[in-house]
Ligand binder design. Structure first.
Ligand code: NDP
Length: 250
C-alpha cells in the first residue's frame, strides 16, 4: 500500500474523521496529519493521541476566512512539498419534513456544509495539491501523490434512490450529498495536474450521525478507506465508489 506524506482531514474531531486520523498515524510513511476541527481547544480525543506528526488546526468549513487561515498554517508546515491528500469529510445530517413547510435556512445550511464547502475547501487548497503533484512523475497517480477524496454517501445516488425521502426524511441530505457531479467535474479539470478526485462512501458507520444500529465501526471504515484508496490510480479519478471500491451508479 502507498500512503501520502501529508494529509488534511476536515471534521476530524469525532466520527469518521477522527477514525481516519488514527489510521493515518499508524503508518510511518505519513509525516503530517492535519486534523481540522471547529474548536481545537475541545478536541480532547485528538490531543490524547500525543503524536508529533499530528497538527490540530482550526477550520469551520462554513467560513472562507477560517479555511484561508487553515491554509496558511498547513502551508507553513508543508512548504515546498505541498499537500498530498485532502479529505473533505465534515458534514451534517438534517431531517427535512415536507409537511412542515419551507425551511430555507435549514436547507441552506445543509447544502452549504455538505455540498458548497467541499468545493471551496478544495479550491483554497489547490495550490498545495498542485505543488505536491509537481514533485512526482506525470505518470504517477494516487493518494501518495495528490488527491481529493470527498466523503460522499450512497444517499447521493439518484439511480439508487428507491425510497424517496422515506429513509429518515432524507431529501435535503440526499440533495447535499449529490456532490459526485463536483467530483467528476474537478477530476476532469484537474487531470492535466495529475490530481486524483474521488467520491467515497464510507458505509453505514456507527457515529453520532450513523447511529448505534449502523453496520460497521469507525475503525473498520477507516481501514477500508486505506485498503481501497491506496490502490487507486488514474483509472479511478472521477469515480463514485463504495468502501470496498465497487462503483455506485450516479
Ligand atoms: P459525525 O456527525 O459523527 O461528525 C461530523 C463531523 O463533521 C464532526 O467532526 C463535525 O464537527 C464536523 N462538522 C460539521 N459541520 C462542520 C463545519 N461547519 N465545519 C467543520 N466541521 C464540521 O458524522 P460522521 O463522522 O458519521 O460523518 C462524516 C462524513 O461521512 C459526513 O460527510 C457524512 O455525511 C458522511 N457519511 C457518514 C455515514 C455514516 O453512516 N456515519 C454514511 C455516509 C456518509 P463538530 O464536532 O465541531 O460538530
Amino acid at each position: 500500500m502507498t500512503f501520502p506524506s501529508s494529509v488534511l482531514i476536515t471534521g476530524a474531531g469525532r466520527g469518521i474523521g477522527l477514525g481516519l486520523v488514527k489510521e493515518f498515524l499508524k503508518n510511518d510513511q505519513v509525516k503530517h496529519v492535519f486534523a481540522a476541527v471547529r474548536c481545537p481547544t475541545k478536541a480532547d480525543e485528538l490531543t490524547k493521541l500525543n503524536d508529533d506528526r499530528l497538527h490540530v488546526i482550526k477550520m469551520d468549513v462554513l467560513y472562507d476566512e477560517s479555511i484561508l487561515e487553515a491554509f496558511q498554517k498547513v502551508e507553513e508546515i508543508c512548504g515546498e512539498h505541498g499537500l498530498n491528500l485532502l479529505v473533505n469529510n465534515a458534514g451534517i445530517w438534517v431531517e427535512y419534513e415536507l409537511s412542515d413547510g419551507p425551511k430555507r435556512d435549514m436547507l441552506r445550511k445543509i447544502l452549504d456544509t455538505n455540498a458548497a464547502s467541499p468545493l471551496i475547501v478544495s479550491q483554497v487548497f489547490l495550490p498545495l495539491l498542485r505543488r505536491a503533484a509537481s514533485k512526482s512523475p506525470e505518470t504517477e497517480w494516487g493518494i501518495q501523490k495528490a488527491s481529493i477524496v470527498n466523503i460522499s454517501s450512497g444517499m447521493g445516488s439518484i439511480s439508487e434512490n428507491m425510497t424517496g425521502s422515506g429513509c429518515s426524511k432524507s431529501i435535503a441530505y440526499r440533495m447535499s450529498k449529490e456532490i459526485n457531479q463536483m467530483t467528476r467535474t474537478l477530476a476532469i479539470d484537474l487531470e492535466p495536474d495529475g490530481i486524483m478526485v474521488v467520491s467515497w462512501c464510507p458505509g453505514w458507520v456507527k457515529t453520532d450521525m450513523g447511529g448505534l444500529e449502523a453496520e460497521i465501526t469507525v475503525d473498520e471504515s477507516a481501514i477500508d478507506f486505506m485498503q481501497t484508496l491506496s490502490h487507486f490510480g488514474k483509472e479511478n479519478t472521477g469515480g463514485y465508489v463504495r468502501r470496498h471500491g465497487d462503483s455506485i451508479d450516479y
